[in-house]
Design a protein around this ligand. Structure first.
Ligand SMILES: C[S@@+](CC[C@H](N)C(=O)[O-])C[C@H]1O[C@@H](n2cnc3c(N)ncnc32)[C@H](O)[C@@H]1O
Length: 288
C-alpha cells in the first residue's frame, strides 16, 4: 500500500516537473521571439528617426553654406519652421527674385527671407506676428544679423473677421502695405488659436498676390492644414497646389501660374554661385 502511495507521489512529482520544463521551454521561446523581432523593429524605427534628423542637419548645413550666414541662427526645432522648409523657401526666393514677400508668423523664417533679399539686393519682407514678444525677438535677430533694412515685423494682434458668415480670429493687417506681393509664407497663427486657424490667409491675402506669386504653407501634413488646402482648392481654383516632402509637410500654391515651380536640387548649385558673387562684392565694399 505504502509502495503504491510512493509511486503515486513520484508520478505526480514527475508530471509537475515535466510541466515546469515544458512551460520554461515555452517561456524561453516567447522570450527569444520578443528579443528577435521587437528589438529589430525598435532598431529600424530608431534608424528611421536618425535618418530624418540627419536630413534636417543636412538642410541646415545647406542653408548656412548657400546663404553664407556668419552668425548662428535661432533654433529650428519645435515652433520654428524646419530646415528643409527653410531651404525650400530660400532657394525659391533666390531663384524667383520676389520683390515683396508677406509672411504670417515671424521667426527664423523671417531671417532666412531677409537674408535672401539682402543677397539679391532688392525687395522687402513684411512679417505679421500676433505676439509682441515674439515679434520683438525676431526684430532683435534681424538686428543681430544686420538684416533690419530687409524685413519689417509688424505687430498684428488677432482680431475677428466675418468670412462666409462665421467669425474667424486672424491677424490685424492694417499695417501691411497695400502693395501686390510676389510671395506669401504661411506659418501662423498657431493651430491653438482656432479651428482651421490659417484658413483666413486665403480670403484675406490671396487677392493681394501678383500673378505668378507663390504661397508656401508650413505644417501641410497636419489634418487641419489638409482641410484648409481643400477649402482653398475649391475657393481659389486659379491657385495650383503642389506638395513637397518636408518634415512637417509643405504645400506650395502658384497663382495663375503657367511656369514650373523650382526644383530646389537643380537650382542649389546656381545659388552657391550667386552667393559667392554677392559676398565677393560685399567684401570689396567693406574693404573700401
Ligand atoms: C509656427 S510659429 C512661426 C515660426 C516662424 N515662421 C519660424 O520659422 O520661426 C507661429 C507663431 O507662434 C509664436 N511662437 C513662436 N515660438 C513660440 C514658442 N516657443 N512658444 C509659443 N509661441 C511661439 C510666434 O508668435 C509665431 O509667430
Amino acid at each position: 500500500m505504502d509502495q503504491l502511495l510512493l509511486l503515486g507521489v513520484f508520478i505526480c512529482m514527475l508530471a509537475i516537473l515535466l510541466t515546469l520544463i515544458y512551460g520554461f521551454h515555452k517561456v524561453r521561446r516567447f522570450q527569444r521571439f520578443i528579443l528577435n523581432s521587437f528589438p529589430g523593429q525598435m532598431e529600424s524605427s530608431f534608424t528611421l528617426a536618425l535618418d530624418k534628423q540627419f536630413r534636417q542637419s543636412e538642410a541646415l548645413a545647406g542653408i548656412f553654406i548657400e546663404l553664407g550666414f556668419k552668425k548662428s541662427l535661432p533654433p529650428t526645432r519645435g515652433w520654428a519652421a524646419s530646415p528643409d522648409l527653410l531651404r525650400e523657401i530660400a532657394l525659391h526666393t533666390l531663384h524667383a527674385h520676389p520683390k515683396a514677400i508677406a509672411e504670417c508668423g515671424s521667426g527664423v523664417s523671417t531671417i532666412i527671407l531677409a537674408r535672401c533679399m539682402q543677397m539679391q539686393e532688392c525687395g522687402h519682407v513684411y512679417s505679421l506676428d500676433h505676439s509682441q514678444e515674439y515679434a520683438e525677438r525676431t526684430r532683435q535677430e534681424l538686428e543681430r544679423h544686420g538684416l533690419r533694412e530687409w524685413a519689417t515685423v509688424l505687430n498684428a494682434p488677432l482680431r475677428f473677421y466675418d468670412l462666409n458668415g462665421e467669425a474667424w480670429p486672424w491677424y490685424a493687417i492694417e499695417e501691411l502695405p497695400t502693395i501686390g506681393f510676389d510671395m506669401l509664407v504661411i506659418d501662423g497663427p498657431p493651430e491653438e488659436v482656432s479651428r482651421l486657424a490659417r484658413y483666413p490667409a486665403g480670403p484675406l491675402l490671396f487677392g493681394r498676390l501678383n500673378a505668378g506669386a507663390v504661397v508656401f504653407l508650413d505644417d501641410a501634413n497636419r489634418h487641419q492644414e489638409k482641410k484648409i488646402l481643400q477649402c482653398w482648392a475649391k475657393e481659389f481654383p486659379n491657385f495650383r497646389q503642389e506638395l513637397r516632402e518636408c518634415e512637417k509637410g509643405c504645400a506650395i500654391l502658384l497663382k495663375d501660374g503657367k511656369k514650373m515651380l523650382v526644383d530646389i536640387d537643380s537650382v542649389a548649385e546656381d545659388r552657391v554661385q550667386l552667393m559667392t558673387d554677392v559676398d565677393r562684392s560685399r567684401v570689396q565694399q567693406d574693404s573700401e
